[in-house]
Unconditional design. Structure first.
Length: 570
């Protein structure tokens, strides 16, 4: 992590200085203001503007207009040659900077099983990184406002990096970081542009895209993988530290000219409301009984911003129904990650699987219900084993803008957050970018459920039919309602309505089970489990739902919510 940032910072400053010197010479010209205006006009030109000035018949077919201009192969070759020459000096300077800046970061991210992580040896080796691409981005800003550069780097290095690891029980482990392979794109932002050398006030840098990050961990005289949990804990610490301290939209700001550059810092732009509903068909990690699953969720893997669910004992189809909130800095690039573990008590938890969803797939102000497939690795798909699925409800709420959510209790209001929709009065709704005041909310109401019909139910009887009926159960109150039995049908129509009093709508769930009636008992056909979030926000839902656990079939329901809210200040 640190060696990458050190290398990029040194390269960025050198390249930026070269750009700045050329810029400085130009602005000293007698007509710099007129030239700047001309450059600004050209910068705003589109491809269509260019074609109007120079029609297609006047330029050859090999001319192509692009939004981004890459340096030529010869330029890359020259840059890589210069980097190779100065690499010994970069190594010496960057190694000291890494040692001073990275150790505090490792301390922040180290797992609970470790008491300390420090560098005992640190050099970057003799192999310099290679530029594989350099781009100057078209920012569509006024000329002179900023310069954005992206450096594509590849490094298969031979560094000498040794970590002094101390466990909680006092054991010391000299761990070597070997066989480092990295490929990625760093973004450099030179801003603001000024009229003095080096012609920019500060430089921001960030890992815009991580294409590859491989390394091996070894201990002197042995294999670290032989120590259960330690290798995975160290590797996870390194990867999480890189993810949260270098990866876009996080950016490091380095002042070049003294001044206030707080406007360049990362700022919150909204909140993400997440309801962890349930999981199904999880991998069983226990030899006796079933797994005891819990989930860890985060947008950024800071400990203070990571959320952990409760443990559901002895269950491969757990129902959590828990709500979490996350701060969002860039909805276009950030994502929500969920990791599911099997709780092993005093021993280290066993990993079951993980999943990720990009926030740019969410429509602001709209609840999205998703099932995510759990995998072993988010970066590389190493196996095709079925690890289960997890269900989430997601709601992205930008600050300072009204969403399309309607307050079911005050239809004249449009609000920006689930908390505001359900808990705020007119005098409490924030008018700026500040998040709403938190409250403990109890939403009481009447849920009207019309069981309309089912379709394509599986055969359960010997004669090729079924005798289906439906049982509705509220999870918290365990109140049950049952439809009539319809004999010898696979596409039953009930059209029965039940009014259910719900005391805590935000935290309750509706369980819909379809069963087959037999003379000597009953056979389960399938079920669906749903939260009340959607019907509370929309007021009325008319939809079909697939039946989990059934070979085929779905059920048609009409849900209507009549609210009777009670608000309790926290």
């Amino acid at each position: 992590m640190g060696f990458l940032s050190g290398i990029v910072l040194g390269l960025a400053f050198g390249i930026g200085l070269a750009f700045g010197f050329a810029f400085y010479r130009n602005i000293r010209s007698r007509r710099r203001s007129e030239l700047a205006a001309t450059v600004a006009a050209f910068a705003r030109m589109t491809v269509e503007d260019s074609r109007k000035l120079l029609p297609g018949e006047f330029y050859p077919s090999w001319v192509v207009f692009t939004q981004r201009q890459k340096l030529s192969v010869l330029s890359l070759t020259w840059l890589n040659l210069q980097l190779k020459k100065i690499w010994p000096y970069v190594d010496a300077a960057a190694s000291e900077m890494i040692r001073a800046n990275v150790e505090p970061v490792l301390e922040q991210y180290k797992p609970i099983v470790l008491s300390s992580m420090t560098f005992s040896k640190l050099t970057l080796g003799t192999v310099a990184p290679q530029f594989t691409g350099v781009e100057i981005l078209d920012t569509k800003k006024e000329a002179g406002d900023e310069v954005i550069m992206e450096l594509e780097l590849k490094w298969d290095g031979n560094p000498n990096i040794e970590l002094d690891i101390r466990t909680r029980v006092g054991v010391g482990l000299p761990v070597q970081v070997k066989d480092i392979g990295f490929a990625g794109v760093f973004r450099l932002i030179f801003k603001p542009m000024v009229d003095e050398l080096p012609c920019f006030g500060a430089v921001c840098y960030s890992l815009r895209e991580k294409k590859k990050l491989d390394f091996k961990l070894k201990i002197a005289g042995g294999d670290i993988s032989a120590i259960p949990g330690i290798s995975d804990a160290i590797e996870e610490t390194i990867r999480d530290a890189i993810e949260d301290t270098l990866t876009w939209p996080v950016r490091k700001i380095v002042p070049i000219i003294p001044g206030d550059y707080s406007f360049l810092e990362l700022k919150p732009v909204g909140t993400l409301e997440v309801k962890l509903v349930q999981a199904r068909e999880l991998t069983n990690k226990d030899l006796v009984g079933k797994s005891d699953p819990y989930a860890v969720l985060f947008v950024r893997p800071l400990r203070s911003r990571t959320k952990t669910s409760k443990v559901i004992n002895n269950q491969l189809n757990p129902i959590w129904n828990e709500h979490f909130e996350f701060i969002i800095e860039d909805a276009s690039t950030q994502h929500l990650t969920i990791r599911v573990f099997d709780d092993e008590g005093i021993q280290a938890s066993e990993f079951i699987g993980c999943a990720r969803i990009s926030l740019n797939s969410l429509e602001p102000g709209k609840v999205k219900d998703v099932w995510l497939k759990l995998v072993k690795d988010l970066e590389v798909q190493r196996d095709n084993k079925n690890r289960g699925q997890v269900q989430l409800e997601l709601l992205y709420c930008p600050f300072g803008t009204d969403s399309t959510i309607k307050n079911p209790f005050r239809p004249d209001m449009t609000l920006t957050s689930l908390e505001k929709v359900l808990a705020a009065g007119p005098e409490e709704v924030a008018t700026d970018s500040s998040p709403p005041k938190k409250k403990d909310v109890i939403v009481r109401g009447v849920l009207s459920v019309t069981v309309i019909a089912a379709e394509n139910l599986p055969v359960t009887d010997i004669l090729g039919k079924s005798d289906p009926y439906v049982v509705l159960t509220m999870k918290k109150s365990e109140a049950k309602h049952k439809t009539r039995v319809l004999n010898e049908v696979l596409n039953p129509v009930w059209n029965q309505t039940f009014d259910i009093v719900v005391e805590d709508g935000l935290h309750d769930m509706l369980i819909v089970e379809v069963l087959d009636h037999d003379t000597f008992g009953k056979t389960k056909i399938g079920k669906c489990i749903m939260t009340l979030t959607r019907v509370i926000l929309e007021g009325e839902v008319h939809d079909s739902f697939l039946l989990d656990g059934a070979k085929s079939g779905k059920i048609f329901l009409h849900l209507k919510w009549t609210p009777q809210p009670i608000f309790l200040d926290s």
